[in-house]
Design a protein around this ligand. Structure first.
Ligand code: KG4
Ligand code: ZN
Length: 343
């Protein structure tokens, strides 16, 4: 079954073709980073307009790359939420009208289910069940995953998501947008241990997170260095290292706790922050000691992309799920646990 996937929830236009027998066939991505850079963050109206501009050329591109035509499609999957409503509408309109014209089913996919299942695109995918750590710009959640659509929320951030903490801290340090990858890059030059920031909520039981205090701790440190007139490039990198280490250490502690609590050995990390090298290394190191194994998507499929939506949609379309004649409204907010299983 050949499925077209369309992702437009935020600032990346992603389009892909996935076949349930042959796997991922073609994949195209357009990032709006340059468009939003001068504003220091995503401007929703500009994002929607840019998705509209790019969707048709990207759809043409994946079909040309694959040597296939629209008539080969058996279904179309698009991101129906969570995300920016205007941005979601562009992809949904494209997907639903194409599906209507071709007389094939369309299906609205949950963006975070796309992220969660992205490691299954890999050559050696994790087997169910597993614990998933979803770490993106909007979400930080620990989920028990028994099968596709069988999700139990174990813990989540009570305030900022991990990616959001990276972005806000980077902005405050003058690193601009997109902050996460820039801060992570700067941290590579940092000295281990010169500064130390708190590991929020690790000293009490439970699997929830809180990251908003970390940016205040970082700001206080930066201000003190400024006052002492010692905020040079090395000091900035050292602060970045300490911030990243605090986020990563907090995530690692909670992941280990979630594995212990569920008795599971497999951990999947997904979402933009799963691209972070320090997080990957620390998880591998820490899980080895307890006989655990960590799985993550290849770098291209950590951040937003069309392949994960095509894949997640294909799993559901293949068992007959679809929008039907009246699709559900698009959802800026949408708890993952509301999803149904495949049966
Ligand atoms: O999954 P994603 O592309 O979009 C959302 O669904 O939110 O995640 C984007 C987030 C941003 O907050 C970005 O700063 C963060 O992922 N991110 C990173 C890295 N690459 C992306 N954070 C830390 N280190 C990275 N290497
Ligand atoms: Zn995302």
């Amino acid at each position: 079954m050949l499925v077209l996937g369309i992702e437009t929830s935020c600032d990346e236009t992603g389009v892909a073709l996935y076949d349930t027998k042959r796997g991922l066939i073609a994949d195209a991505l357009y990032s709006q980073v340059e468009l939003h850079e001068r504003y220091g963050g995503v401007v929703p109206e500009l994002a929607s307009r840019d998705h509209l501009r790019k969707l048709t050329p990207l759809v043409r591109q994946v079909f040309a790359e694959a040597g296939l035509s629209l008539q080969d499609l058996a279904g179309i999957a698009y991101t129906a939420g969570p995300g920016l409503i205007g941005a979601l509408m562009t992809g949904a309109c494209m997907a639903r009208s194409l599906a209507f014209a071709l007389d094939i089913p369309a299906l609205g996919v949950h963006h975070m289910e796309g992220h969660l299942l992205a490691p299954l695109l890999d050559q050696t995918p994790p087997e169910f069940p597993f614990v998933a750590l979803l770490v993106s710009g909007g979400h930080t959640q620990l989920i028990r995953v028994d099968a596709i659509g069988e999700y139990e929320l174990l813990g989540e951030s009570l305030d900022d998501a991990a990616g959001e903490a990276f972005d806000k801290t980077a902005k405050m340090m003058g690193l601009g947008y997109p902050g996460g990858p820039r801060l992570a890059k700067l941290a590579e030059q940092g000295t281990q241990g010169r500064f130390r920031f708190p590991r929020p909520m690790t000293d009490r039981p439970g699997l929830d997170f809180s990251f908003s205090g970390l940016k205040t701790a970082t700001l206080t440190c930066v201000n003190r260095l400024k006052e002492e007139a010692i905020l040079d490039d090395q000091a900035m990198a050292d602060v970045a290292w300490a911030f990243q280490d605090a986020v990563v250490d907090t995530l690692v502690i909670k992941c280990k706790r979630a594995l212990k609590q569920t008795g599971m050995k497999r951990l999947v990390i997904a979402g933009g922050v799963s691209a972070n090298q320090h997080l990957r290394e620390q998880l591998e190191k820490n899980l080895q000691g307890m006989g655990g194994q960590v799985f993550y998507p290849s770098l291209a499929y950590c951040t937003d992309n069309g392949a994960m939506i095509a894949f997640a949609g294909a799993q559901r379309l293949a068992v007959g799920q679809s929008d039907g004649a009246t699709p559900a409204p698009l959802r800026p907010r949408w708890p993952l646990t509301e999803l149904e299983g495949l049966n």
